[in-house]
Design a protein around this ligand. Structure first.
Ligand code: NAG
Length: 193
């Protein structure tokens, strides 16, 4: 295994222990779990958009009284709804037929990728409900890979991706949030708290 990757994941695991201690130890500032979670995760991973993280989670009022398990469930719901929406959105573009001709083939591929992404998130939810956090993580990651594959099709062919850019970014952030909530739970299994 690549040493820098394993060091990075060790580093991220150690930081996750602090997060878990924060959550379970009740040391959250103002008891605001969403802001604490998003901030701590943003410190580990600057590609996580803090404002996006807070606003997407806070859009569901249940997060106010959630613990990390609740955040994981809510974030997976967001991924599921978004992937379903993106699939429908692409279908709409294809119906309108206003896209540049070269984009059509890639949009059709992306519809497939996003329907697989929906299935992956559904499987993640099932695994999560069965406390199989490893596979929950794997399935959410796979959903992210599907979305990535959609984008790569466009970029490699030099076809304009602006039609899906915003949706792609939202989904990328949402899968990141899900992965981080589940990883926090998963890592906590290895440490006695
Ligand atoms: C997708 O996610 C974004 C960001 O959280 C949100 O604004 C949007 O409403 C979501 N779409 C659906 C259909 O859930």
């Amino acid at each position: 295994m690549n040493q820098s990757i394993s060091l990075l994941s060790l580093f991220s695991s150690i930081l996750h222990v602090f997060l878990v201690l924060n959550f379970y130890g009740g040391v959250t500032v103002n008891g605001d779990i969403v802001r604490n979670f998003c901030k701590n995760e943003w410190i580990i991973d600057p590609y996580l958009n803090y404002d996006f993280c807070v606003s997407s989670l806070e859009a569901n009022p249940e997060t106010k009284t959630s613990d990390i398990f609740g955040l994981a469930e809510i974030s997976m719901e967001l991924c599921l709804r978004n992937a379903t929406y993106i699939h429908t959105y692409i279908e709409g573009i294809l119906k309108d037929g206003k896209e540049e001709p070269r984009a059509r083939m890639y949009l059709e591929d992306c519809m497939e990728f996003f329907s697989t992404a929906v299935e992956e998130v559904q499987e993640a939810v099932e695994a999560f409900n069965g406390k199989d956090y490893y596979n929950a993580l794997r399935h959410v990651s796979n959903a992210g890979i599907e979305a990535d594959t959609c984008k790569i099709g466009f970029t490699e062919a030099g076809v304009d991706f602006s039609l899906l850019k915003k949706q792609d970014y939202n989904f990328y952030q949402l899968t990141k949030i899900s992965i981080k909530t589940i990883a926090t739970i998963h890592d906590s299994k290895y440490y006695k708290i």
